[in-house]
Structure formats: structure tokens, C-alpha cells
Design a protein. Structure first.
Length: 359
């Protein structure tokens, strides 16, 4: 084990002892906010401490076995124990490295999912609809909730734009690598000569801000317009000016919400999306400043960056950031995203480990 890693683990082990004392105190329950904070910190670092203690025990077992090497009758047994112990230590060391990786504070948050048709005309809108269905099916598999915020349907089917909120523990951690350009290669239903067309849509995944107060939104910096809702949704929603458009003047960010009959609820939902967008822009700006010389293997997250190609004639999906190709397009389009998500997460963790080594 690297000395720097061991030093971190010693600090965490000492910290667990401090937290245990605080949690056993009758005073801590008098302040529930503090109790929740301490409990969360305890649950966050306990797994690493438990595995580190296992590492210490295994290391001691190896030292004990080395002493037995001096006994001719125990030499073979002792050597076998040493070899097994070293193999176990390697696995434990790898586990500890992963547990000590920096944690994204947004990982457990709900998200706003935005999908927009790109180049390719009607076919891109149909593809945007297919991509939205893919994520919807994934949400079902995860037993999460999906709420439609705004939909702009295409005349031929699919969507020019769709915005939804996904509510579920770890939603951001699972879908944060989906932001970027998604490209499709297939023969459209309207193609009479069987030619393959290429079109695209863009996906944006935004972590929900904890509260509106989590992001400073000066009332003087926003313009709120109301108008009558249009499109699908029934007769009732377009009789009053219930739809809301909010423009954040300093950044030019525009958010619209027209899904609810209530102008008040539409405004609240639009403000929530605006806060998430502002926070996302701030985070990406900060990351670009920090990582000017080091681009993540997962990509820059630029909304225009082509991250994935869906080739229907060949039945394959290729993620260009990690050079991964899977020949299971039907399963993936039906929401089976686990192989993609796991591969992206593993690559991201490998990149973080490489960065820790450099640091």
C-alpha cells in the first residue's frame, strides 16, 4: 500500500472513533441537523475503515506465517498462507483505492434530462423520441420516477425537444455520462431506396440544485413571461396564460414550462430548472479551469460533443469516449443501459486513480 493512501486511512480510522463518541453522546440527538450530518459522515467513511482493518489483519497474518517458516514441519503450510495472504492484500488494496476516490457531491441527486433533435430533419426528431423512450425504460427498470416538464412534439412523431425530471437515488451518478451528441445510422421508414441516413440529437443531464437558495438568482436578473400553452396536453391547458418562460439575463439561459395547469407551479418548476442550469454552467466552468491540461477519459461533457453512435443495420452501439462497442442495440434501446454505465464508470474511476498517482 502506498504511504499516502495509508496516511489517509489512518486519518479516517481516527475520525471514525471521534464520530462514534459523538453519536453515543446524548447531546447529539438534541440537534437533529447535526445528528444527520454526523451520521452521514459516519456511513460514508465506515466502509473504507472496515476494509482497512481487514487489511491490517491480513498483514498481521502474513507476518505470523513468516515466523512459522523457521519450523521445517510448518514451512510448506506457512508459505501457502503467505501466498494466499498476499493475493488477498492485492484485492483489498484495489478496493481501498476505489473507496478513497473523490466523491461527486451530485451523485445522489435527482436530475433534469433534456433531449433535443439535431441535424437530420424529421429523422432526428424520431431518434430523439427513441432516445427518450430508452431513458424512460431505464427509469422503469430502476424503479425511479419520471416527470415530464416540457414537450415539443414533431409533426411526424418523436420530439423536437423534451425535458423531464428523473427522481431516484443515484440518478445523477448513473446518467451523468450521457450528456453529449448521440448519432444514429439507420434506414428511415420514409426511405424508399433503402439508403442509410445519419442524424443526431443532443442530451443534457443536469443535477437538481439542493434548493433555489443553493444558487444565487437575483430577481433583478430574470425576466418572466407568461403565455398560453400549446401542443399536446388537452383542451384545458391552453385557455389561460399558464405557461411560463424565464430568461436569466446575465447568462442568456431560457427555461420554459407549460406542463401544469397552474401558472404558479409552472413558475416554481421553471425556477428549479433554471437553478440547475446555472449550477451546471458554474460547475463546468470551474472544471474547465482546473483541467485545462487534463481531459477526462469520459470526455469534456460538451453538449455538442459526439459521444455515441447507434448503428441499426449492424446492430451495434459504439461509445467513442472509451472505444466500447456492444452488439446489443435492441436491448439497449429498451433501457438495458447497465453495461454502458458500468464501462463508463469503471473508465472514469481508472482515470481518477491515474490522476491521484500523478498528484
Amino acid at each position: 500500500m502506498k504511504p499516502s493512501m495509508q496516511n489517509k486511512l489512518i486519518v479516517l480510522k481516527d475520525r471514525i472513533e471521534e464520530l462514534n463518541k459523538e453519536l453515543s453522546s446524548s447531546e447529539v440527538t438534541k440537534d437533529m441537523e447535526r445528528f444527520k450530518k454526523i451520521s452521514k459522515e459516519h456511513s460514508d467513511i465506515q466502509p473504507a475503515v472496515d476494509i482497512y482493518e481487514e487489511f491490517i489483519r491480513r498483514s498481521q497474518d502474513i507476518e505470523d506465517a513468516k515466523e512459522m517458516l523457521l519450523d521445517p514441519e510448518m514451512k510448506t503450510f506457512a508459505q501457502d498462507e503467505i501466498d494466499k495472504g498476499k493475493e488477498q492484500l492485492e484485492k483489498i488494496d484495489a478496493q481501498l483505492q476505489t473507496l478513497l476516490l473523490p466523491v461527486d457531491p451530485n451523485d445522489e441527486k435527482n436530475i433534469f434530462l433534456e433531449i433535443r433533435a439535431g441535424a437530420g430533419g424529421d429523422e432526428s426528431a424520431l431518434f430523439a423520441g427513441d432516445i427518450f423512450r430508452m431513458y424512460s425504460r431505464f427509469v422503469e427498470r430502476m424503479k425511479w420516477q419520471l416527470e415530464i416538464i416540457s414537450i415539443n412534439e414533431s409533426e411526424v412523431g418523436g420530439y423536437k425537444e423534451v425535458i423531464a425530471k428523473i427522481i431516484g437515488q443515484g440518478a445523477y451518478s448513473k446518467l451523468k455520462f450521457e450528456s453529449g451528441g448521440h448519432r444514429v445510422q439507420r434506414v428511415p421508414d420514409t426511405e424508399t431506396q433503402g439508403r442509410i441516413h445519419t442524424s443526431a440529437c443532443t442530451v443534457a443531464v443536469l443535477a437538481e440544485a439542493d434548493e433555489i437558495s443553493d444558487v444565487e438568482v437575483n430577481p433583478a436578473d430574470i425576466r418572466i413571461d407568461t403565455y398560453r400553452a400549446s401542443g399536446a396536453g388537452g383542451q384545458h391547458i391552453n385557455k389561460t396564460d399558464s405557461a411560463v418562460r424565464i430568461t436569466h439575463l446575465p447568462t442568456g439561459i431560457v427555461v420554459e414550462c407549460q406542463d401544469d395547469r397552474s401558472q404558479h407551479r409552472n413558475k416554481a418548476q421553471a425556477m428549479s430548472i433554471l437553478a440547475a442550469k446555472i449550477k451546471d454552467a458554474q460547475v463546468r466552468d470551474q472544471e474547465s479551469k482546473i483541467a485545462t491540461e487534463r481531459k477526462s477519459l469520459i470526455g469534456s461533457g460538451d453538449r455538442s460533443e459526439r459521444i455515441r453512435t447507434y448503428n441499426f443495420p449492424q446492430g451495434r452501439i459504439t461509445d467513442h469516449r472509451i472505444n466500447l462497442t456492444l452488439y446489443k442495440i435492441d436491448f439497449i434501446m429498451d433501457g438495458d443501459l447497465n453495461d454502458l454505465i458500468q464501462a463508463l464508470t469503471t473508465e472514469h474511476q481508472a482515470d481518477l486513480l491515474a490522476q491521484l498517482d500523478q498528484d
